[in-house]
Ligand binder design. Structure first.
Ligand code: UT7
Length: 363
């Protein structure tokens, strides 16, 4: 039976490392609070955010400094040194190289990025252009942290149905560009960070190896759980000085609500994925969850009796990279020898929307 198989993985993260101690010089937080509540010790951010944080840490009036940055950019410069499509390009290039596939051999690109280079066109198109491709379709998803799972499911349908042979699936984020790194934004700024992950899917006509099933869900009745209005038709005009002054350009999150929903939905969707495939936890070799918070992962693992040795986590080093987190963890798990040929791997993610899902695959 025709299937889609992962033939290459890749990832990219900016080289600037921000530990919890630097954040605690910018806002009223501490290494202890962040590690206890989330398990995050450090994260990668763009060179622009890194320069801003170093300056913010030294600023006598932090709120005034951050307001100045929001109004003027840093030193009056507002063009980014690194964009989300740059990270997507680096992760994708690595995945293509590892797969032995040339960009021109791709039939389709599926990208998921919460905060794009431009409001439109979407990052998938910008990425496609960076590869010098001029007609390959680029599909762009807006599923937040669940984006990569939704992307895998979409790409899989095209391959299974014989429409495409090779599809690049990317999750890329440059989230550090949207946060307020003073006390006002501390609930979210310590969690999220920058990175990208990608896989190349290729059609195979026989064998066990390949994507097996996907289980996707959304619930749009709790929009204020995790949202951002940077620009959008929730206000008129879509972007205005008043909107920015009222802080409505900044992301919002009800951390407790997200935590509770995430644990519940992870449990449900993993249960459905296992039942659908007549499997138990014991049959799965490795679980890779969206890397939002180690406490969410531990709560789900406890509830489903998943032994600690059966999960792969890197949230401690990268924080929450939203759509990039699952493909980054997948790449690192494979590179570290945690996924062997023939292993059964279950991926699961939860994010804004809310949207959540799970994918099962045989490597
Ligand atoms: O991809 C999904 C993305 N979202 C998530 O994964 C978020 C899920 N939620 C969580 O991970 C947790 O809810 C948080 C880590 C965000 C917060 O942990 P919590 O145990 O739920 O803390 P809380 O929101 O109840 O806040 C406890 C206290 C509050 O102070 P008071 O009201 O008790 O005085 C907060 O103001 O901690 C305060 N607080 C902080 N303190 C130090 C909030 N953020 C910070 C911070 N540093 N960064």
């Amino acid at each position: 039976m025709r299937k889609a198989r992962i033939v290459g993985t890749g990832m990219a993260a900016p080289s600037s490392v921000v530990d919890n101690h630097l954040l605690s010089r910018c806002m009223n937080t501490s290494d202890e609070w962040i590690v206890q509540r989330t398990g995050i010790r450090e994260r990668r951010v763009s060179p622009d955010t890194y320069r801003m944080l170093l300056r913010l840490a030294e600023a006598p009036d932090k709120i005034a400094f951050m307001d100045e940055v929001f109004a003027q950019g840093l030193d009056g410069k507002i063009d980014s040194t690194l964009t989300v499509s740059d990270l997507a390009f680096d992760a994708s290039s690595m995945a293509l190289k590892n797969a032995g596939v040339e960009p021109r051999q791709l039939d389709c690109i599926v990208d998921s990025s919460t905060v794009p280079d431009f409001a439109y066109p979407h990052t998938g198109c910008v990425l496609q252009g960076k590869f010098g491709l001029t007609s390959t379709p680029a599909i762009c998803l807006q599923q937040g942290c669940a984006g990569f799972i939704f992307g895998l499911a979409v790409a899989d349908q095209f391959i299974r149905n014989g429409i495409y042979e090779r599809v690049l699936v990317v999750g890329a984020e440059l989230l550090s560009s949207i946060f307020d790194y003073t006390d006002r934004g501390r609930d979210m700024a310590v969690l999220f960070a920058d990175g990208a992950g990608a896989v190349v899917l290729q059609a195979v006509e026989s064998g066990e190896s390949g994507l097996i099933s996907h289980h996707l869900h959304s619930d749009g009745t709790i929009l204020d759980g995790l949202s951002g209005e940077v620009w959008g038709t929730s206000t008129y005009p879509a972007i205005s000085k008043k909107k920015i002054e009222e802080g409505r350009g900044r992301p919002r999150m009800n951390g407790r609500s997200v935590f509770v929903q995430a644990v519940r939905r992870f449990r449900e969707v993993i249960g459905v994925c296992l039942n659908t495939n007549r499997l138990t936890v014991a049959d799965v070799d490795l679980f890779i969850f969206h890397q939002a918070n180690i406490r969410i992962i531990e709560a789900v693992a406890d509830a489903l009796k998943i032994p600690p040795g059966k999960t792969f986590n890197n949230v401690e080093r990268y924080g929450n990279t939203a759509a990039a987190s699952v493909p980054m963890a997948l790449h690192e798990a494979r590179a570290a020898g945690r996924i062997k040929d023939g292993d059964l791997v279950l991926l699961a993610a939860f994010g804004t929307g809310f949207s959540w899902g799970a994918s099962l695959l045989r490597w």
